[in-house]
Write a new protein. Structure first.
Length: 315
């Protein structure tokens, strides 16, 4: 077994009207929790790494641990760079063994985004690595991504086909109302499904049939995890996410990859807080990290079954 890129898993997802979960990883316990869940549900999975996670753990350590996960689970796993800021970062992780990269040029003007994305695509494709890019800007804060609500812009469907044609990307992250972080909405959550359908229509008209769309900032910000954090000393007030039914609807359309980071952070933190509160004399990290790992496995299994719909996608 070896790491795979995202091409076949996203193709199958589109045809099967489900989405593959892309879960952000930072350490061994998060990796184990996610892949144990995927193994239990017989689901392919994407493990993704932000630039902050690269700085925290190092690409060599993360690649080695994910390769171990492939060997021990036997499921299809892609190792993906999330929000790659530049060509140099993309090249670094590709050379280290990553099988998929995202270049985020959404903060550039349209023509510069195309130019810089194409540079990443040319190098990645020469190494058999798939590329995701972003068109439009998501609001919110997560790691090095920080976009104010007034600077967020929805994806222009008329630009989508041109962007894909000129860059050669394998998947496209679009902005239809999702947001990074734990505080996504001040009011009612809304996703622009008409815009999603229009993007797909424009892509198909340009010859890109069944082209995979990606949703960033798609954590549900599960109430159970927020409550767990707050019950044991946390102070996470007013957090809100994307309702699961909206994510499931997106997964039944052209969305083949759904990113989730905040949900894992909240779940892991809540489980660790609870363990340390109930075991004040314990100082063995295997205890609290083990509890966190178990919580994450249960959390991700629920996402696979009830939101993504990717159970048995390995068949």
């Amino acid at each position: 077994m070896a790491l795979v890129n995202t091409k076949e898993m996203l193709k199958k997802a589109y045809e099967g009207n489900y989405a593959i979960g892309a879960f952000n990883i930072n350490n061994m316990e998060i990796i184990q929790g996610v892949v144990n869940a995927a193994k239990a549900q017989n689901s392919a999975v994407i493990l993704q790494v932000s630039k902050s996670a690269l700085n925290f753990a190092g690409p060599e350590y993360l690649t080695a641990m994910v390769n171990a996960a492939v060997e021990t689970t036997g499921i299809d796993i892609a190792l993906h760079l999330d929000h790659g800021p530049d060509f140099e970062t993309a090249k670094r992780v590709i050379d280290c063994g990553f099988t998929s990269v995202m270049f985020d040029g959404s903060h550039y003007d349209y023509e510069t985004n195309i130019e810089k994305t194409k540079e990443v695509v040319e190098y990645a494709h020469s190494k058999g690595v798939t590329v995701e890019a972003e068109l439009g800007k998501l609001a919110g804060v997560e790691d090095e991504v920080n976009v104010s609500a007034e600077n967020a812009t929805y994806t222009d469907p008329d630009q989508a086909a041109d962007f894909v044609t000129r860059t050669g990307v394998d998947s496209l992250a679009i902005a239809i109302g999702t947001s990074h972080g734990a505080y996504k909405f001040k009011g009612e959550a809304k996703l622009d499904f008409d815009r999603l359908a229009n993007v797909t229509k424009k892509l198909e008209a340009a010859g890109f049939k069944n082209f995979p769309i990606v949703l960033h900032g798609a954590s549900a910000v599960d109430k159970a995890s927020v409550d767990l954090c707050n019950q044991y000393g946390g102070k996470i007030d007013g957090a809100s996410g994307i309702p699961n039914d909206m994510l499931r609807k997106a997964a039944s359309m052209a969305v083949c990859k759904i990113n989730m980071d905040t949900d894992l952070r909240l779940g892991l933190t809540g489980a660790i807080r609870k363990y340390l509160f109930e075991n004040p004399s314990s100082f063995d990290p295997r205890g609290y990290l083990g509890e966190g790992r178990t919580y994450l496995q249960n959390l991700v299994e629920g996402k696979i079954k009830n939101v993504l719909g990717s159970t048995n996608s390995m068949n």
